[in-house]
Design a protein around this ligand. Structure first.
Ligand SMILES: [Zn+2]
Length: 466
């Protein structure tokens, strides 16, 4: 008897959950509005089979989900800038759930499911892409790839009026967003919120400076796929891409800011990928308008792309080091030198790109600082100073800053430089356009031997007449 009841108990344990979970439930629905799309996320208790399609006159989106029960309200999905005006749901046949969204304008739906991660369980994601082209996608592309992106030698343009000079465009990419909160700090502090605030502050500071314009890649709380982030920057004609993060470290004690540029291996494999992908190639080469490269020019395309990638990477390391040195004055650094990694957002062959880790949100002390408004402003200021310093030395041709430099109106104040391996006094003097004697005296150097990590003061210069 005991054996029998054991078996019955066992069967109950096996069969009951199967019956209880045969129907997947929708526990909640979230909505994120981006400038050009609306994302709906359904939280599910398990995996599902689904189908999404459109109906017209009137425009509707239909979402059919098999073996699923709705256990939440669908109110709250309408209003605001969302195209959804009305939501209805009904159970069809025995166990199919149908959700109908009435929409105010035509959209293109795309849907996919996500498996559980640390924050969420099973999810169904329905993206509704606006059909009207957004302002973002209509901007002209300013940079042809025929020449290295940032040439140290620029033509004399001082005979042209200053008003005809273009702004240097900085694309600021606040990491994560929407469904992806990024790293979570003590007290539930979310990386996506902190980095958006720093990005907005950086934009404000850059826009206050004549000759520069900052564009936010992400303007609110929504997710943008990584490749799309660089596309948005490219379409805004960005001269520099800056991604802002505040990630977590496995060790809670880890602290300090870091700056990343693309790794050499990442650059090589990405050049190959761009060449292999004809769509990418037409975006980069055809889109630039200046070069028409068909298949028989594949070799030439490869050489141009490689040159462009090399120039971008070298500029990225340079601007990255300037940003890092400036950040080192207001916050501890995790590493004194620019690190290199294969991050997706850094993989543009035509745009110098850096990723700034403003600190570790996982560190209790640092997360408190990151949440502080005046620290956010100081971080933005130091990133801004690094960017300004780089472009004053390497102004893109035709820019207002290039005109300032060429007409002798650009004075550069004293700066700091952190010595990297292979650098000498004469090399640095040449790079900063000061004399060896000036460099020696402003640093009280008794010999020309430099140590890696040593901080040198670079005396003020006027870049007139170069
Ligand atoms: Zn991040």
């Amino acid at each position: 008897m005991r054996r029998q009841s054991f078996i019955i108990a066992l069967l109950v344990c096996i069969i009951l959950p199967v019956q209880a979970f045969a129907m997947t439930q929708i526990n909640s629905v979230r909505l994120w509005r981006a400038p050009d799309n609306t994302r709906l996320v359904f939280d599910l208790t398990g995996p599902i089979e689904h189908n999404v399609f459109t109906l017209s006159a009137p425009d509707r989106i239909v979402i059919d989900i098999k073996k699923t029960k709705l256990s939440t309200q669908l109110s709250g999905l309408t209003g605001g800038k969302s195209p959804i005006t009305e939501v209805r749901s009904a159970h069809r046949e025995t166990d199919e759930l149908r959700i109908v969204l009435d929409i105010s304008e035509q959209v293109t739906p795309k849907s996919f499911t996500l498996t559980p991660n640390q924050q969420y369980g099973h999810r169904l994601v329905v993206d509704l892409f606006d059909n009207a082209p957004s302002a973002v996608t209509n901007q002209p592309i300013q940079q042809p790839i025929t020449a290295p992106v940032l040439r140290p030698q620029t033509p004399k343009l001082s005979n042209l009026p200053a008003s005809s000079k273009r702004d240097i465009v900085i694309a600021i990419d606040a990491g994560h967003g929407g469904e992806d909160p990024g790293a979570i700090g003590p007290g539930g502090l979310r990386e996506k919120d902190i980095v958006l605030k720093i990005a907005q502050e950086l934009q404000r500071q850059i826009n206050a400076e004549k000759g520069f314009r900052a564009e936010l890649v992400r303007t609110g709380d929504y997710f943008i796929p990584l490749r799309r982030r660089t596309e948005i920057a490219r379409k805004k004609g960005a001269d520099l891409f800056v991604s802002v993060h505040a990630d977590a470290a496995p060790r809670a004690a880890a602290f300090g800011a870091s700056v990343f540029a693309l790794s050499d291996s990442g650059a090589t494999s990405e050049t190959a990928r761009w060449l292999a992908d004809s769509e990418n190639r037409s975006d980069l080469i055809g889109g630039a308008g200046n070069v028409k490269l068909d298949d028989k020019d594949a070799m030439l395309a490869g050489v141009l792309l490689d040159l462009s990638m090399t120039a971008s990477l070298s500029s990225s390391l340079d601007v990255g080091q300037k940003v890092l040195s400036n950040m080192g004055r207001i916050t501890p650094l995790h590493k004194k030198r620019v690190e290199q990694a294969g991050f997706m957002v850094l993989k543009s062959p035509d745009m110098p790109s850096i990723l700034v880790e403003t600190g570790f949100i996982s560190n209790p002390g640092e997360s408190k600082k990151l949440a502080n408004r005046s620290h956010q402003q100081a971080l933005a200021r130091s990133i801004h100073q690094g960017i300004r310093g780089f472009f004053q030395q390497n102004p893109p041709p035709g820019s207002y800053v290039a005109w300032l430099r060429d007409s002798g109106k650009l004075a550069i104040g004293p700066r700091e430089h952190v010595v990297r391996s292979g650098e000498s006094v004469s090399l640095l003097a040449q790079r900063y356009q000061v004399t060896v004697t000036q460099l020696r005296s402003s640093n009280k150097l008794r010999s020309d031997v430099l140590k890696v990590g040593q901080i040198l003061t670079i005396p003020a210069t006027t870049l007139a007449g170069q």
